[in-house]
Design a protein around this ligand. Structure first.
Ligand SMILES: *[C@@H]1O[C@H](CO)[C@@H](O)[C@H](O)[C@H]1NC(C)=O
Ligand SMILES: *[C@@H]1O[C@H](CO)[C@@H](O)[C@H](O)[C@H]1NC(C)=O
Ligand SMILES: *[C@@H]1O[C@H](CO)[C@@H](O)[C@H](O)[C@H]1NC(C)=O
Ligand SMILES: *[C@@H]1O[C@H](CO)[C@@H](O)[C@H](O)[C@H]1NC(C)=O
Length: 419
């Protein structure tokens, strides 16, 4: 017998249970019910022999999933039948992390670029050994089933470029091992939970969805190295907690939203940031002088905002900076060093003796109204951080939430400094 002896009785019992399940389902509650689609359970034919119980549970999950696919143009799941689930296309197996005696479990699923249409069933929660779940570039719709809360080893979750919709899938917040969360290019909507930024993630991609409302004020509590919130409909402030990300943050892309505020003055603390893109928003005020201390900065894009004032000289002297786009703002002064950068764009500003600038009239009108950064009422971070950095003092408790109404001021421009 080629079966794994110690579990033979157990798995036989499970097979029997599953097999007679239509009769007994009603008497089982909780997790056991996860094994079934409510009125149409996946049954395991008694002649299928599995190497271990975990592979058998994976079989149930994958069969339920296959049944929830309505189009598989590349026939990726054509071989998804029978007990050898590790041979299924897109299924990755390895030793169980928690039990070395189990030498084969489904540890990952990778159906990237499958163009498969369908949705994700609750039974995927039976894949309790998976660390990777990659389904980017398919046509899955609906939302993330609550069954995902069972995936306590899940490390990378990539749902990008699908048709998922609805509110932010909060089930991911409870996944203890999750480090990489990629939801970009879907149709998720609404706000983000504060708890997302208290989570120990390494990379968070939420771009090109339909998220709205403010970026939670505790953004700065996030230990991510990469944060991409671009091309949504976030409005309100760039959280003042931003600079708290100094220890870990490497790249941040907030472009193409509706952000309206000044930049926090202590941006210069972000010494490990290499890429900062806040273009295509409605940000105002001057670029803080301290940005000249962002010594790792390589790419900076602030174009298409309503920034004004003089660009700090130290910024363009940063030795790693090779690309700086600041076109389509209301800058009145530009240190000559900025033009020595490998790539720069200064068009459509209020710069004297520079080609392709805004009209005098446009500049005069805009710059006649001073910017009052305080009027944007950007709240300090809430002191509800679940996991304060060791040795850090908690921020002052003022108001845990942003004020209910965003200042609907027209962007308050600034009087012209000497240009
Ligand atoms: C895995 O375990 C099975 C059953 O105990 C055994 O037959 C098989 O040889 C093992 N495979 C490896 C690669 O250790
Ligand atoms: C998928 O399988 C169907 C039926 O077996 C076949 O007609 C079709 O050509 C296959 N498609 C591809 C892309 O291999
Ligand atoms: C952060 O930046 C400093 C100075 O640029 C560098 O020495 C350090 O290695 C960087 N740390 C990380 C984690 O990138
Ligand atoms: C400069 O940026 C503006 C947008 O701000 C864009 O329209 C223009 O094409 C850019 N010019 C160059 C030379 O890249």
């Amino acid at each position: 017998m080629r079966i794994y002896q110690p579990t033979i009785l157990l798995f036989t019992a499970v097979v029997i249970l599953l097999y007679i399940s239509p009769v007994t389902t009603a008497t089982y509650s909780g997790s056991r019910q996860l094994l079934y689609v409510r009125d149409d359970p996946i049954t395991i034919p008694p002649y299928l022999i599995f190497e271990n119980v975990r592979l058998e549970r994976a079989y149930v999950a994958l069969q339920a999933w296959k049944r929830n696919m309505i189009s598989d143009p590349w026939n990726l799941t054509l071989n998804w039948f029978g007990p050898r689930v590790c041979d299924y296309n897109g299924v990755v197996c390895s030793e169980a992390l928690d039990d070395p005696s189990i030498n084969k479990t489904v540890s990952g699923v990778d159906l990237n670029h499958g163009d498969i249409a369908g949705h994700l069933p609750e039974e995927l929660g039976l894949l309790t050994d998976i660390a990777l779940f990659h389904v980017n570039s398919n046509r899955f719709c609906g939302t993330l089933p609550l069954g995902f809360s069972q995936l306590s080893l899940l490390f990378e979750l990539d749902l990008s470029n699908n048709r998922f919709a609805g509110k932010f899938p909060e089930v991911v917040i409870g996944l203890p091992k999750l480090k990489y969360l990629d939801l970009r290019y879907n149709e998720f909507e609404g706000g983000l939970p504060d708890s997302l930024f208290e989570k120990d993630l390494d990379a968070l991609f939420l771009n090109s969805n339909r998220f709205t409302s403010k970026i939670p004020v505790n953004m700065g509590n996030s230990p991510v190295s990469v944060l991409v919130l671009a091309s949504n409909r976030f409005d309100g402030c760039i959280p003042t907690s931003f600079s708290k990300m100094a220890k870990t943050l490497n790249e941040i892309i907030l472009m193409d939203n509706g952000l309206q505020s000044c930049l926090p003055n202590d941006m210069g603390l972000l010494k490990n940031v290499t890429v900062l893109d806040i273009s295509y928003n409605s940000l105002v005020g001057e670029l803080p002088e301290s940005m000249g201390q962002m010594e790792s900065l390589e790419v900076l894009n602030v174009e298409r905002n309503m920034f004004s004032g003089v660009i700090p000289e130290e910024l363009c002297l940063l030795k790693n900076l090779r690309e700086f786009r600041y076109g389509s703002n209301y800058f009145t002064g530009e240190p000559p060093t900025c033009r020595y950068l490998e790539t720069f764009n200064n068009t459509m500003n209020c710069l004297k003796d520079v080609k392709q600038q805004r009209s005098n009239m446009e500049c005069k009108v805009f710059l006649s109204k001073p910017v009052d950064c305080d009027s944007y009422k950007c709240s300090p971070v809430a002191s509800t951080c679940l996991c304060p950095a060791p040795g850090s003092t908690p921020p002052p408790r003022i108001s845990p939430f942003s004020p209910p109404s965003a200042p609907s001021l027209p962007p308050a421009p600034q009087s012209s400094p000497s240009a």
